[in-house]
Design a protein around this ligand. Structure first.
Ligand code: DGY
Length: 328
C-alpha cells in the first residue's frame, strides 16, 4: 500500500523495477549513484536522510550495508532486497539479529554472467590484452609463431562452484569441444550428470584443469581460496577465470604467479578493489584480461534483476514467501 515507504539506494535502478514498486508503494530513491562521481559519501548521507520509516530497502551496490543505516531506518524495516546475486556486502548476521529479511537476484543473471565467463576464457587464452595493445600501437607482430594462445578445444575445464552461473558456463562451453568438465563444491550436483561434469576434490581440479573458473560466492571459507598454495598445484598452462568476487583470489599471489610464468594467464571480471586503480600492478601484466565487473550488465538482465528485486519487496510486505530468499 502507498502508506508503506520503500527506499531505493541509488539513482541507477532499472525503470522496470521502479515501475513495479511505484504501483504498490511510496518510493524514495537516492538521487546519487554509489559508483558515480559523487561517490559513496554523498550517497550514504542522502540515504541517511531518506531511510527513516522505510519498510523496505532496495540495495544497488556492492558497498556494505551498515548498522548505522539500519538503525536509522527504524524497527519497521522488514526487508533488504539486494539487486545482485552476491550478498557478501549485506551484513547477514546483523540483518538476521534484527529479524530483517534478505533477498537476492540469482538465476536471472546466470546466462549473462556465463557469457562473460566464456569471454574471459577466450580473452585470456587468446591474449586479448597483448593483442589489443598491438592494434592500438599500430605495431602488429605478424609472425607465424608470435603471440600464440591456448585452445579451449581438447582442454579440461574445472568449475569451482557448479551453481546457476557455473552450470550456464559449462552449457555454453559445450560447443567448444572441451575434453573434460570437472567441478568441485560442497556436494555433488544432480544437474552435473546432464552436463557431463565430474565431481572431484579441489586438489584434483587444480592439478588437472587447463581452465579454472571461479563461480562461488565470497564467504569466509572461499576468501583467498586461490593463493600461493593452491596456485602451486596448478598446471603451468593454467588459466584462472573469476566471475565471482575479487577476494576469492589473493591478488599478490596471482601477480607473482603470472609474472613468473607459473601459470599462463588470468581473466577477471572482479577485482579488489573496484575500480582497480589504473596504476595497479596487475594492469602492468600482459597475461591478464580484466573487465570492469560487467557480468550481469546487459539491458535485459539488469531489468530482470530489478523486477525480481521489486517482486521480493512486494512479497515481503504482503506477508508472502520471498521468491529468492537469502534470509526469511
Ligand atoms: C551480482 O549479481 O552479484 C553481480 O556482482 C552484480 O551485482
Amino acid at each position: 500500500t502507498k502508506d508503506l515507504k520503500v527506499v531505493v539506494s541509488s539513482n541507477d535502478y532499472p525503470a522496470s523495477g521502479l515501475k513495479v514498486l511505484q504501483e504498490h508503494f511510496t518510493v524514495l530513491q537516492s538521487k546519487y549513484n554509489h559508483y558515480g562521481k559523487e561517490g559513496i559519501t554523498e550517497n550514504q548521507e542522502e540515504l541517511m536522510k531518506i531511510i527513516p520509516g522505510a519498510s523496505a530497502l532496495v540495495w544497488i551496490s556492492h558497498h556494505p550495508i551498515t548498522k548505522e543505516l539500519l538503525d536509522r531506518a527504524g524497527p519497521q524495516l522488514k526487508i533488504v532486497s539486494t539487486v545482485s546475486a552476491g550478498y557478501n556486502h549485506c551484513n547477514v548476521p546483523e540483518l538476521k539479529a534484527r529479524g530483517i529479511k534478505l533477498s537476492n537476484t540469482p538465476e536471472v543473471l546466470s546466462s549473462a554472467v556465463a557469457e562473460i565467463a566464456v569471454s574471459l576464457i577466450l580473452g585470456a587464452a587468446r591474449r586479448f590484452t597483448e593483442n589489443l595493445d598491438q592494434v592500438r600501437r599500430g605495431e602488429w607482430e605478424i609472425g607465424f609463431q608470435k603471440t600464440l594462445g591456448q585452445d579451449v578445444r581438447g582442454s579440461t575445464v574445472g568449475v569451482i562452484g557448479l551453481g546457476g552461473i557455473g552450470q550456464a558456463t559449462v552449457k555454453r562451453l559445450a560447443g567448444f569441444e572441451v575434453e573434460r568438465f570437472l567441478y568441485t563444491g560442497h556436494r555433488e550436483k544432480p544437474e552435473a550428470k546432464a552436463l557431463n561434469a565430474e565431481f572431484v576434490s579441489l586438489d584434483n581440479l587444480l592439478s588437472q584443469s587447463d581452465f579454472i573458473v571461479l563461480a562461488v560466492p565470497l564467504t569466509d571459507e572461499t576468501r583467498h581460496m586461490i593463493n600461493k598454495t593452491t596456485i602451486a598445484k596448478m598446471k603451468k598452462n593454467a588459466i584462472i577465470v573469476n566471475v565471482g568476487r575479487g577476494d576469492l583470489i589473493d591478488q599478490e599471489a596471482l601477480y607473482d604467479a603470472l609474472k613468473n610464468g607459473d601459470i599462463y594467464a588470468a581473466g577477471l571480471d572482479v577485482t579488489t578493489p573496484e575500480p582497480l586503480p589504473k596504476d595497479h600492478k596487475l594492469l602492468s601484466l600482459p597475461n591478464i584480461f580484466i573487465l570492469p565487473h560487467i557480468g550481469s550488465a546487459t539491458e535485459r538482465t539488469r531489468s530482470d534483476m530489478g523486477v525480481l528485486a521489486a517482486n521480493n519487496v512486494i512479497r515481503a510486505l504482503t506477508g508472502k514467501p520471498l521468491l529468492t530468499p537469502v534470509l526469511e
